[in-house]
Design a binder for this molecule. Structure first.
Ligand code: MG
Length: 168
């Protein structure tokens, strides 16, 4: 059985993951609107991944005998100034997500909830990947200013991304 405190904290995280999903979907729409369809594809897949994270937390609350309580999701930003800006925001956002996951881990430790610690380890590792992916693409994007050709090469590369459901 999960504690009410941890259950409520995870319910909050479910809403944040859903917000993340909508944020990335909004970024996908922005990239599609400027015809960077590879970037749009990458963001669309990212949105799917975030929804999968939300469902992973959702299932966990239920598995531990808790109650899922969904709530309002903030509206995401809809416009960006240039093609670099969404990835600046994505990188900053993932750093926030890491801090939230760390808070959940702190709470699990304070409650000596070893099952929750084990479950959250997956997200701790996942956030290393999330920050790395966003920062790598951001670095490469900032190099494309002087070379439009390299922007289209990167766009082509990001077109290849496919959704891989997270493992258990
Ligand atoms: Mg996530």
């Amino acid at each position: 059985m999960i504690s009410e405190t941890l259950q409520n904290a995870i319910n909050k995280q479910i809403i944040r993951e859903m917000y993340s999903s909508n944020l990335y979907l909004s970024m996908a729409a922005y990239y599609a609107s400027i015809n960077l369809n590879g970037f749009a594809n990458w963001m669309r897949i990212q949105a799917e991944e975030e929804m999968a994270h939300a469902l992973k937390f959702f299932d966990y609350v239920l598995d531990r005998g808790g109650n899922v309580a969904l709530g309002a999701i903030d509206a995401p930003q809809v416009k960006w100034d240039n093609e670099v800006a969404p990835f600046e925001d994505a990188y900053a956002h993932e750093q926030n997500v890491t801090a939230w996951i760390n808070e959940l881990m702190d709470l699990s430790h304070s409650e000596k909830d070893y099952a929750a610690i084990s479950f959250l380890n997956w997200f701790i590792d996942e956030q290393v990947e999330e920050e790395k992916n966003a920062s790598e693409i951001l670095d490469r994007l900032s190099l494309t200013h002087s070379s439009p050709a390299s922007l289209f090469l990167l766009d082509n590369e990001l077109k290849q991304r496919v959704f891989v459901p997270p493992t258990a």
